[in-house]
Ligand binder design. Structure first.
Ligand code: PEP
Ligand code: MG
Length: 321
């Protein structure tokens, strides 16, 4: 079985009806790239840059970050590399920062932290921009909840570009900027983000946590963490359909993207970009190669509209067989 999957490595991910799908990889450090190549990814859909900041006593400076981003861009050889700005706080903390918030998952994390630690953010933005001339780099903003955060972030990116201009340093002037949809409020108003951003990526790990009010790192409530919950599926389909209608790319980069139970369902509701742990790529590709969109669309939409858990599981079994 494993040998059979290996053979899919250089086969293009295309459905039976001829729809091309992007199969992207999630990485944490440049050292993950070997696995990415082994599994034939069409790009990096999520580079969790905060891992450069963890398990150390100091912060990575601009040059160190630049080297890491450039290494990934160069290795990927023109394929897209989506760098998420640091998603620190909550479940990913700096070594010496003592978490003081009572509800860190609802506190100063991700883009909220970036917008309050603007010097640290500026350093990262400069490093990413400098690396952008070595490949196809995109910037991805985590945990957006409102339009103000988008404006502020775009303003800081403009400022970082200006300082590079002043220093006479080249970068990709047209670098794309996208936002993560991880908060239900954002999933309910994707238009706000589509207006100003180039693409969206749905972070289902956090979207499930916040939609169901289930702490993703608390074992005591893990049994409630349900990606099949109708509210979760409905939010995801709404974001995908709104993005598709506005002709802007949308991907999923949470664990759901790499879980073959969901591949056909997500294809059926219009998803064409999946980003996942490299080890899942060939399994998902195998599923894509066996799927015919005209056949699966009606059933997928029926599943999204079904509020009966048992009926939904029956329909899903039918969809996946
Ligand atoms: C997510 O929330 O789905 C996601 C991809 O980000 P992370 O798992 O790093 O929070
Ligand atoms: Mg997340």
């Amino acid at each position: 079985e494993k040998q059979k999957l290996k053979r899919l490595k250089s086969i293009k991910p295309v459905t039976i009806d001829g729809t091309g799908i992007d199969l992207l990889a999630n990485i944490e450090l440049p050292s993950d790239l070997e696995q990415v190549k082994e599994n034939g990814a069409t790009g990096i859909g999520l580079f969790r840059s905060e891992f450069l900041f963890l398990n150390r006593n100091d912060l990575p400076d601009e040059d160190e970050q630049f080297e890491a981003y450039r290494a990934v861009a160069t290795e990927m050889d023109g394929k897209p590399v989506t760098i998420r700005t640091f998603d620190l706080g909550a479940d990913k903390n700096l070594k010496h920062s003592v978490p003081t918030a009572v509800n860190p998952a609802l506190g100063l994390r991700a883009i909220r932290l970036s917008l309050s630690e603007t010097q640290m953010f500026h350093t990262q933005l400069r490093a990413i921009l400098r690396a952008s001339r070595y490949g196809q780099i995109k910037i991805l903003i985590p945990m957006l909840s409102n339009a103000t955060e988008v404006f502020q972030t775009l303003h800081l990116i403009e400022h970082a570009k200006q300082t590079l201009h002043n220093d006479g340093i080249d970068f990709d002037e047209h670098i794309q900027v996208g936002g993560m949809i991880e908060i239900p409020a954002a999933a309910l108003s994707p238009e706000i983000f589509l207006q100003k951003l180039d693409f969206l990526s749905i972070g289902t790990n956090d979207l499930i946590q916040y939609t169901l009010a289930v702490d993703r790192v608390d074992d005591a409530v893990a049994y409630l963490y349900d990606p099949f919950h109708p509210a979760v599926l409905w939010l995801i389909s709404r974001v995908i359909q709104t993005a598709n209608r506005s002709k802007k790319p949308v991907s999923i980069c949470g664990e759901m993207a790499g879980d073959i139970q969901f591949t056909r369902l997500l294809l059926g509701i219009g998803l064409t970009q999946f980003s996942m742990y490299p080890a899942q790529l060939l399994l998902v590709k195998n599923q894509i190669l066996k799927s015919n969109l005209p056949d699966i669309r009606p059933l997928a939409h029926k599943i999204i509209r079904t509020a009966h858990p048992e009926k939904m599981h029956d329909l899903l079994t039918r969809l996946n067989s």
